[in-house]
Design a protein around this ligand. Structure first.
Ligand code: PLP
Length: 371
């Protein structure tokens, strides 16, 4: 891969962010502060005052998220609540918002079922050719790259520049790559949103999300939205995500490295009719991914011979969990057509987990050979 043009977070420092600020006798592990009320005689000043506004466990989580993103971060109780916060904080009646027509479908539902009813005009475009038609007259441009599930990629720097020149705000959903795989804020994007339910948490036991931005005014709006709407993360979920982040680097590295190996072998397997993985030199997303991302990710999209074959593959491979969502330590897969994504009925999104790669390949190969 070419030298990436991004500032990598210092991950050793991240692991010791809390430790280096401790006083003698304090716990090394992050305390889970499960309290809605705080002891507060006199004026509140800078102290924790109420659980909807502040919590020491999410404050520490946000400290780590900010280190990862290289930007101020606000934690949310799910990816969708982070996406809602970014959109409600930036849009108003009469505005126009552009969303991908082939990205995560719930973002489109949010736009169609709620934003449109509040007087926001919603426009959709496919990820491929997203910049065609320009961004003139569009107030907020919502981007997903690589797109879920198609794995198409957008030139983030070029789009962010064009959106800004047209007077709009750009938002990137960075869920599929995490800040270790792609750094949209370094490419001049205004806001990053992410579902931390996926690889960031990594253990399939928590729903969380975050918003990151280097724009103080946007940050204030998003924080006000959280405080006023009450869309706040619980302390336990924050604690779980914080723990997950401590191993993000090792998990993500293993998952991306294994995905490359698995994708190369799948590409040569006769049961696979079509494959998308940005790390394959022949993939439509390869050149741009190589220039713009730090890793090619852990998601692979494959199309098998038929819907029945796809189901049998997913349901019989002992090292694949048939499940929606992705990014966990366990390899998982699903047929996206079952949610109405406009893909072939035999299209499978495979999320490569942390299993040793040779064991994983053996299980996948055997399941494919038995079809
Ligand atoms: N963005 C993307 C790309 C996703 O895949 C998902 C969930 O699958 C979300 C956002 C929403 O995240 P959550 O389920 O945490 O609300």
């Amino acid at each position: 891969m070419d030298t990436p043009k991004h500032t990598q977070p210092n991950l050793g420092e991240m692991l010791h962010l809390r430790g280096n600020a401790l006083s003698k006798g304090e716990p090394i592990a992050l305390p889970l502060v499960q309290s809605s009320m705080f002891h507060l005689p006199g004026m509140p000043e800078d102290f924790s005052n109420y659980g909807r506004v502040h919590n020491p466990t999410w404050a520490q989580l946000e400290h780590v998220l900010a280190h990862l993103e290289g930007a101020a971060c606000l934690a949310f109780p799910s990816g969708m609540s982070a996406i809602s916060a970014a959109l409600f904080a930036t849009l108003k009646a009469g505005h126009r918002v552009l969303v991908p027509s082939d990205g995560y479908y719930v973002t489109r539902l949010l736009a169609a079922q709620f934003l449109a009813q509040l007087g926001v005009e919603v426009i959709e475009r496919p990820t491929q050719g997203f910049a065609e038609g320009g961004f003139e007259g569009i107030d907020v441009v919502f981007i997903e790259s690589p797109s879920n599930p198609g794995l198409d990629v957008i030139d983030l720097r070029a789009v962010a520049k064009a959106v800004r020149a047209a007077g709009g705000i750009s938002i990137v959903d960075n869920t599929t790559l995490t800040p270790l795989g792609q750094r949209p804020l370094d490419l001049d994007v205004d806001i990053v949103v992410a579902s931390d339910t996926k690889a960031m948490g990594g253990h399939s036991d928590v729903l969380m999300g975050h918003v990151a931005t280097r724009d103080p005014q946007i940050l204030q709006r998003v924080e006000d939205w959280r405080k006023i709407s009450g869309s706040i993360p619980g302390p336990h979920a924050s604690w779980l995500l914080h723990r997950g982040l401590e191993t993000l680097d090792v998990r993500f590295d293993r998952m991306c490295t294994s995905a490359q190996v698995i994708a190369e072998r799948l590409a040569a397997h006769p049961a696979i009719k079509h494959i998308r993985f940005p790390g394959l030199p022949g993939d439509a997303s390869h050149a741009l991914s190589k220039a713009q991302t730090l890793r090619f990710g852990f998601l692979i999209s494959v199309t098998l011979g038929s819907e029945a074959q796809a189901d049998t593959f997913i349901n019989t491979c002992p090292l694949i969990r048939p499940a929606t969502s992705f990014g966990g330590v366990h390899t998982s897969a699903e047929r996206r057509a079952r949610w109405g994504d406009v893909v072939d009925p035999a299209f499978v999104r495979l999320s490569v987990g942390c299993e040793p790669v040779e064991e994983l390949w053996q299980a996948i190969d055997q399941a494919l050979n038995a079809l």
